[in-house]
Design a protein around this ligand. Structure first.
Ligand code: NCD
Ligand code: ZN
Length: 350
C-alpha cells in the first residue's frame, strides 16, 4: 500500500470559532496539524490582548493542552500532540504602543474589508494610506505580518482581481511589511507573487479542487459556498500549478470555516467550507494523482517555516492510500466530501 509521511503540517488559515463549535472542531485540527493560524472573526472580533490571550487558552483547553491556574501550560497534562494556536488580531488602526504591548502574544494581524465576509462588519472601509500608515509602519518595525482578505465590493467573480492594485500599493509603500494574500482564488493573485518580494499567499484545499461550476453549475451545493467564491478553470489551474510545484511563497491555509448545518442549508447560506478533518488526506490524494507527492511537504509546512522562521512542534503524520468514508457530519457541521469515499487515510500520528 502506498504511504506518505508529512512532518509538522501547518494550517496557515483556520477558523475555530468559540464555545461548543470550538470544542467540536479544534480537536480535528490538533490531531494532525502541529499548529494553525487562528482567525479572529469571532463575535465580537478579537481586538484586545485580554480577549486574545483568553481565546488562546480556550483553544488550548479544547485541544487537550490544559492550562493550569497560573495561566501556564501544564506540561504534565500535556499530551504528545501539542498544537500551537498562532493567534491573530482583527485589524484596526492600532497605536504603536498597543502593538508593542501585544507583540509577544500575536503571530499576525488579519485585515478584512468591512462586511466582505462572515463577521467582518468592523473591518476597514477605505484603504486610505494616510489612515493606515501609522499602524502599518509600526507593524513593519515590530515584524508583525499583515494577513489580508483581498476582495472589493465589485461583481462577485471580479472581487479578488479588483483587489490586486491594493495589494500592489501596500506592498510598494511598506516594503518591510510581510503581506499575505489569504485564500487566493485567481490567476492574477498567483502572478502578483513574482512582482513584489514582500507578498506571499495561502491557498485552500477546496480552491485547488473546485470551480464555480461545482458550487452553482448544477444543483446548488451550499457546503461548497465560500468567500472568495471558487472561480474559473484557468484560475484553479494557476493555483494548482503554484501548489503542486511548491512555489516557495505559497502556503497551505485550509480556511476551514465551520457553520452549523442549518446555517448552510438555508435561504441565505453562510459562507465557508469545512475541510479540517479531511484536508491532509485529500491533499495527499491530489498531489499523488499529479505525481507531485514529494512537493506536498513544502506546501503544508516547509514554505511556512521558511517564510516566517517557524520551528513547529514535532509531529509526524503517516498517510496511506486506503479508502476512507467521510462522516456525514461532525457535531452540527457537514464536512466537504460528507458521505463520500476519499482515496487516502491517516494511518498514524506521532
Ligand atoms: C469564513 C468564515 O466563515 O469565517 N468564510 C469563508 O467563506 N471563507 C471567513 C473568510 O475567511 O472569508
Ligand atoms: Zn477565512
Amino acid at each position: 500500500m502506498k504511504s506518505h509521511t508529512l512532518l509538522m503540517p501547518l494550517d496557515m488559515h483556520l477558523h475555530l470559532r468559540d464555545g461548543v463549535m470550538l470544542e467540536t472542531v479544534a480537536p480535528l485540527s490538533s490531531y494532525s496539524f502541529s499548529g494553525a493560524v487562528i482567525m479572529p472573526n469571532l463575535v465580537p472580533p478579537v481586538t484586545s490582548k485580554e480577549e486574545l490571550v483568553a481565546y488562546k487558552e480556550r483553544i488550548l483547553n479544547a485541544t487537550g493542552n490544559r492550562v493550569n491556574h497560573e495561566d501556564e501550560l501544564d506540561f504534565e497534562m500535556m499530551d504528545m500532540d501539542y498544537f500551537e494556536p498562532m493567534m491573530t488580531l482583527f485589524y484596526q488602526h492600532y497605536p504603536r504602543e498597543f502593538l508593542e504591548d501585544v507583540r509577544d502574544e500575536i503571530f499576525a494581524i488579519k485585515l478584512y474589508p468591512a462586511g466582505i465576509t462572515t463577521n467582518s462588519e468592523g473591518g476597514v472601509s477605505s484603504f486610505d494610506l494616510d489612515m493606515m500608515r501609522p499602524t502599518l509602519e509600526a507593524m513593519a518595525a515590530l515584524e508583525i505580518p499583515l494577513l489580508i482578505h483581498g476582495e472589493t465590493e465589485g461583481f462577485v467573480m471580479d472581487r479578488e482581481a479588483e483587489f490586486m492594485p491594493i495589494y500592489g500599493m501596500l506592498a510598494k509603500h511598506f516594503p518591510n511589511l510581510k503581506i499575505v494574500m489569504e485564500h487566493i482564488t485567481t490567476k492574477s493573485a498567483v502572478e502578483m507573487l513574482d512582482k513584489y518580494p514582500n507578498l506571499y499567499a495561502t491557498i485552500t484545499l477546496h480552491h485547488l479542487l473546485i470551480t464555480l461550476d461545482d458550487v452553482a453549475g448544477g444543483m446548488l451545493r451550499p457546503h461548497l459556498f465560500c468567500k472568495p467564491i471558487a472561480k474559473r478553470p484557468e484560475d484553479r489551474e494557476a493555483l494548482l500549478s503554484a501548489a503542486l510545484d511548491a512555489h516557495p511563497k505559497v502556503m497551505f491555509g485550509s480556511d476551514s470555516a465551520p457553520h452549523p448545518k442549518d446555517k448552510k442549508e438555508a435561504c441565505g447560506c453562510a459562507a465557508g467550507v469545512f475541510t479540517a478533518p479531511i484536508a491532509l488526506q485529500v491533499l495527499c490524494e491530489l498531489f499523488d494523482r499529479h505525481g507531485k507527492l514529494e512537493n506536498l511537504q513544502a506546501f503544508v509546512s516547509d514554505n511556512a517555516q521558511n517564510i516566517y522562521g517557524l520551528c513547529p512542534e514535532f509531529k509526524e503524520v503517516t498517510l496511506v492510500e486506503r479508502p476512507f468514508t467521510v462522516p456525514s457530519h461532525y457535531g452540527t457541521v457537514v464536512p466537504m466530501f460528507a458521505g463520500e469515499t476519499i482515496g487516502w487515510s491517516i494511518e498514524e500520528v506521532m
